[in-house]
Design a protein around this ligand. Structure first.
Ligand code: NFE
Ligand code: MG
Length: 569
């Protein structure tokens, strides 16, 4: 019996500690801890609700934009404002570009090295690598000469003794199963994805002035003018540039990302059986194709799947969302066993853990800066898998086709989706699903522009004097990592209370007042660990969620960064 501690988990955003009990080569219990606090909710209290998005967008630089959108939607909900169609289209284009960029970055730069042994590149035969690459994709950078050059670059890095971005990997671990040729192909694409992601996110510069944190959001719409006759705004030239960017997105996603996910997954079929967890999935849904409150026209449908039963999609009732703090470093007026809906949420930090540096968390009591969100008292996983399952169960034809054809290709049953690799596959399929929507939204925006509908904002309620004395609103959205909600209460034109419940809080949160484990904790049970001081398999399952602890606890580093520490006791 051993206690494996991974702290901090790297190749994520923010500060996450995992403690896992390992018996007979597999995890039997696990604890997930967010190790730092910031408290964005407290920063926006008393401020003008129209500026909340500027602050809250800074919760994270990885899922840039999503907190801005959730924030403006919460305030629009409170004040009954309906942004015009062009604002919706611009927000969707910004969101879609964010999803597509973020998912590719996650796969290559945050997750692939859990499956790909970089040192395998050194022994790969470039000709066989070219054969493999050409077999699975028409992507042009697949020649023997190309892979020979990539191999030489990796070899120069290894020979220099400075592994740079590849430092501290668990290279040579027996859980790596790819042939060297697949390692070399994946590393080549890892390098290519670095410049691809930089290029395609220029869509944010066109619509939002910059990335990260586009600057054109506005309560009521977008501050990005649309005008076919002006040189410096969204005009036909910019529309052409955006269409070209979507083509660049599509080519790489279809010819590199998706074939690589399938190729790598084919060498790890057992990972379609590990990592499920509770099998409850929640999607708020979002990226509206009509009025904000018309969920029937959402790109991602809203709903809940319980116990892995795809035959029924349950409705979502905002009032059933609560946060618990029984195992979190917070206090509630009603005590540690109380739970609160975010409209009445309280952010009262009170650290009660051990003094750092510490050997062990006090897992019987409080052990995380994350609260424990629950739906109707139940644990919910959020994210690409939740979205794809809810869309599948809701009868979205395109999603059903994508999922069914992928399962057939991998010779897998639908139950395989409830797994570590199920999350990875769902993320890739969702990226494909969004590409068509990007074309649709661009075409619609162009059509509106050409027909003279240039409205991008409804500012009829811009003046606070037009607001009711008290109002409250919910801004549900889908971020790359899952269901994201901002809750705002407005009183006398100022923010009285503000709560953000983010995807990684749902997934990475600790046990609740009833002792129910969070999704990360539950998903790790049963995960094999071949080499105790190289917990590669724990990283596979945790990384499959794409953790962002910066979002989850709204953190800053107050004590100085710590080096990676992996302990086995
Ligand atoms: Ni900081 Fe985020 C996303 C949000 S949290 S990455 O996607 O909201 O999981
Ligand atoms: Mg919160």
């Amino acid at each position: 019996m051993a206690r494996v501690v991974v702290d901090p988990v790297t190749r994520i955003e923010g500060h996450l500690r995992i403690e896992a009990q390992v018996d007979n080569g597999a995890v039997t219990d696990a604890w997930s801890s967010g190790t730092m606090f910031r408290g964005m909710e407290l920063i926006v209290q008393g401020r003008d609700p129209r500026e909340a998005w500027i602050w809250t967008q800074r919760i994270c630089g990885v899922c840039t934009t999503v907190h801005a959108i959730a924030s403006v939607q919460a305030v629009e909900d409170a004040l009954a404002i309906s942004p015009p169609p062009n604002a919706r289209l611009m927000r969707n284009l910004i969101s879609g570009a964010q999803f597509i960029q973020d998912h590719v970055i996650h796969f290559y730069h945050l997750h692939a090295l859990d499956w790909v042994d970089v040192t395998g590149c050194l022994t790969a035969d470039p000709q066989k690598t070219a054969d493999l690459a050409q077999k699975i994709s028409p992507w042009p950078l697949s020649s023997r000469a190309y892979f020979t050059e990539v191999q030489a670059r990796v070899k120069a890095l290894v020979d220099s003794g400075q592994l740079s971005i590849f430092t501290n990997g668990y290279w040579g671990n027996p859980a790596y199963k790819l042939p060297p040729e697949a390692d070399l192909m994946a590393v080549a694409h890892y390098i290519e994805a670095l410049s691809w992601q930089r290029d395609v996110i220029r869509m944010h510069a066109i619509l939002g002035g910059k990335n990260p944190h586009p600057q054109t959001f506005l309560v009521g719409g977008m501050a990005a003018p649309l005008d076919p006759n002006s040189p410096n705004v969204v005009n036909p030239l910019r529309m052409d540039q955006m269409a070209a960017l979507v083509r660049t997105m599509r080519t790489f996603v279809e010819q590199v990302y998706v074939p690589d996910v399938k190729a790598i997954a084919s060498f790890y079929p057992e990972w379609f059986t590990y990592g499920a967890g509770h099998r409850n999935y929640l999607a708020y849904g979002g990226l509206p194709n009509g009025a904000l409150n018309d969920t029937s026209l959402y790109t991602f449908p809203r709903g809940i799947i319980l116990n892995g039963d795809l035959s029924t999609v349950h409705p979502v009732d905002q009032t059933k969302i609560t946060e618990a703090i029984a195992h979190s470093y917070y206090t509630y007026p009603g005590g540690d066993q109380a739970t609160l809906n975010p409209f009445d949420g309280v952010t009262a930090p009170k650290y009660s853990g051990p003094t750092p540096p510490y050997d062990a968390l006090d897992t019987a009591n409080k052990y995380s800066w994350l609260k424990s969100p629950r739906y109707d008292g139940q644990v919910m996983e959020v994210g690409p898998l939740a979205r794809m399952l809810v869309a599948y169960g809701s009868g979205v034809q395109k999603v059903q086709d994508l999922v069914n054809s992928t399962l057939a290709e991998l010779n897998a049953q639908p139950a395989a989706l409830f797994s570590t690799l199920g999350r990875v596959a769902a993320r890739a399929l969702e990226t494909v699903y969004l590409l068509d929507w990007m074309d649709t939204w661009l075409a619609e925006l162009g059509k509106n522009m050409n027909s003279g509908d240039l409205r991008t904002a409804d500012t009829s309620k811009w003046e606070p004097s037009t607001w009711p004395a008290e109002a409250q609103g919910w801004g549900p959205h889908e971020a790359p990592r899952g269901a994201l909600g901002h809750w705002v209460k407005i009183k006398n034109q100022k923010i009285e209370n503000y709560q953000a419940v983010v995807p990684s809080t749902w997934n990475a949160g600790p046990r609740d007042e009833n002792g129910q484990t969070g999704p990360y904790e539950a998903s790790l049970v049963g995960t094999p660990v071949a080499v105790l001081d190289q917990p590669l398999e724990i990283l596979r399952t945790i990384h499959s969620f794409d953790p962002c602890l910066a979002c989850a606890v709204h953190v800053v580093d107050a004590t100085g960064a710590e080096k990676v520490r992996v302990e086995v006791r």
